[in-house]
Write a protein that binds this ligand. Structure first.
Ligand code: NAP
Length: 494
């Protein structure tokens, strides 16, 4: 693996756009404001970028509304080829995208590379879906009328994305919207806007016309996006982020009955049964918990382990995690980077402290790493009381609470005892049990003997308070299409 030098970092940062992308190209904020994007492993500023004001949000929607009609009329093949070119360009610049994500978000480079492959694949997948948008034509049951069903682009969309997967959370929305023929305003997270700006530059180079995508990083998310949500020209809001903010945005969207997609928080249970393959369960647990430093909506949040296998599972899991090197993501040996900011790190630390006060035992870790950056030790807790706050809340950090259960019935009850329903994981050699769990556990996704389920070809999304709608798969493009029915009178009538 090549060592990342300070010169390489400077050279990459110098190539990243630092202005807003509005209808006619890159622009400063209306009042010239800027804000600093920082490196969570040092706390130092990476770049100063334009800070969109409400006037810039309005200009972005003006551009999206103006471009919508022509964009909807482009050939599906043309939209597909823009996506395909963008896929190739992102892939060719994988090292740049990976390093940029590591710098602004903190994850180790090998994980950033994994996200580039995952995020780019949405561009390729939806390039393949664009020419397959279809409708239907039928004779009505009375044999007289004809029924024609068309799929039309929903129209201008607002995308609000989080900081934890800066590339993939953007491409998961942008790619199906391009395929469907929708224009878009993207507001990336203020902590990680650089990847979105670089992606926008690539999409323009790939041939995306002016106005189809605008990008408005801002430190005033509510003030900039609020008026857009109430503007009748906007037709869709797709949000990925916390349930708390999502709930508020759903309420705001009610005013003009906006179509919404919501990818919200999770509280994934990870079940290990006595008959599980121990090595596979431990490898799956490490991935499900520690990938992205635990800062993933699909991260395992609660380990529910059957009594017979609990001691062996806990010991092997702790040993694997003990070997993790916590370091700046650019260091070749880094297995885990910092948390994204001080507030996230302090919340994780508080959840662990509360659990220990309530009677949990620290099997590993449990401390903030002293020095610069927002590092927290990978942590395992055992004997966690059933009513501990850490089992209810999304941890969003490298902390694994382990709870022991006795029966399958009890495991299902514990797994379902959450307001969230994004994903669940289960390890068992009993296929029938696996299928029973997949039906009985109330989540949008289920990993059977697998610690990772995300796949661009699969429908990603949750039930209960984890969200509405699906991203990826054949289903992903439907979020950007309206169904229009055309009733046709009897063609044989005179
Ligand atoms: P967040 O605080 O809800 O922020 C998400 C996005 O919403 C950011 O762009 C944020 O802007 C913006 N935002 C915040 N308040 C807003 C408001 N009043 N109006 C409009 N936009 C607003 O979530 P986060 O901390 O970035 O991300 C972590 C959460 O995302 C976790 O709960 C995680 O589970 C969830 N997530 C879900 C999925 C999924 O697919 N289900 C995937 C990834 C993450 P600022 O950056 O300016 O605050």
């Amino acid at each position: 693996m090549t060592t990342i030098t300070p010169d390489r970092e400077r050279e990459l940062l110098a190539s990243v756009p630092t202005r807003l992308l509005l209808g006619s190209g890159w622009a400063d904020a209306a009042d010239g404001s800027t804000f600093a994007v920082t490196d969570p492993s040092t706390g130092e500023t990476l770049l100063e970028i334009a800070d969109a004001r409400p006037e810039d949000g309005a200009a972005a929607l003006d551009a999206a509304a103006a471009a919508q009609r022509d964009w909807a009329r482009t050939a599906p093949r043309e939209r597909a080829e823009i996506l395909r070119r963008a896929f190739e360009m992102v892939t060719a610049r994988a090292d740049d995208f990976a390093l940029l994500m590591t710098l602004e978000m903190g994850k180790p480079l090998h994980e950033s590379r994994g996200e580039v492959a995952y995020g780019a694949e949405f561009l390729r997948w939806f390039a393949e879906e664009a020419p397959r948008i279809s409708g239907r034509f039928a004779t009505a049951p009375d044999g007289v009328n004809r029924l024609m069903v068309l799929k039309r682009p929903v129209g201008p969309c607002l995308f609000i994305t989080p900081w934890n997967f800066p590339l993939a959370m953007a491409t998961r929305k942008i790619a199906p919207a391009i395929a469907a023929g929708c224009t878009m305003v993207l507001k990336p997270a203020a902590l990680t806007p650089l990847t979105s700006l670089l992606l926008a530059q690539v999409l323009r180079e790939a041939g995306l016309p002016d106005g189809v995508l605008t990008v408005i990083p801002t430190t005033s998310a509510g003030a900039v996006t609020g008026p857009l949500i109430k503007d009748s020209r906007l037709r869709k809001l797709s949000f990925t982020g916390s349930t708390e903010v999502g709930r508020r945005l759903i309420a705001d969207s009610a005013e003009q009955v906006l179509r919404v997609s919501m990818e919200l928080g999770g509280n994934a249970p990870f079940l290990v049964f006595d008959d599980a393959d121990l090595d596979r369960a431990v490898a799956g647990a490490v991935l499900a918990k520690m990938r992205n430093g635990g800062e993933a909506c699909v991260a395992a949040n609660r380990f529910l382990v059957q009594r017979g296998i609990a001691p062996a599972f806990t010991e092997a899991f702790v040993e694997k995690i003990r070997a993790f090197t916590v370091a700046r993501g650019t260091e070749p040996e880094s297995k885990m980077g910092p948390l994204v900011d001080a507030a996230t790190r302090d919340k994780v630390a508080a959840l662990v402290e509360d659990a220990v006060e309530d009677g949990a035992t620290l099997a590993l870790g449990g401390r903030v790493v002293p020095g610069a950056g927002y590092f927290y030790e990978p942590t395992v807790l055992t004997d966690v009381p059933a009513d501990a706050r850490i089992l209810d809340e999304e941890i969003f950090g490298p902390v694994a609470p382990i709870v022991v259960f006795d029966t399958e019935e009890e495991a299902i009850r514990l797994a379902n005892s959450s307001e969230f329903g994004l994903v669940a994981f289960a390890f068992t050699r009993d296929l029938n049990r696996g299928l029973r769990l997949a039906e009985e556990i109330d989540t949008g996704m289920f990993g059977l003997n697998a610690g990772v389920v995300s796949n661009p070809a699969a429908p990603f999304g949750g039930v209960k308070q984890s969200g509405l709608g699906r991203e990826g798969g054949f289903e992903g493009i439907d979020e950007y299409l309206e169904t229009r029915y055309v009733g046709i009178a009897d063609p044989f009538a005179n």
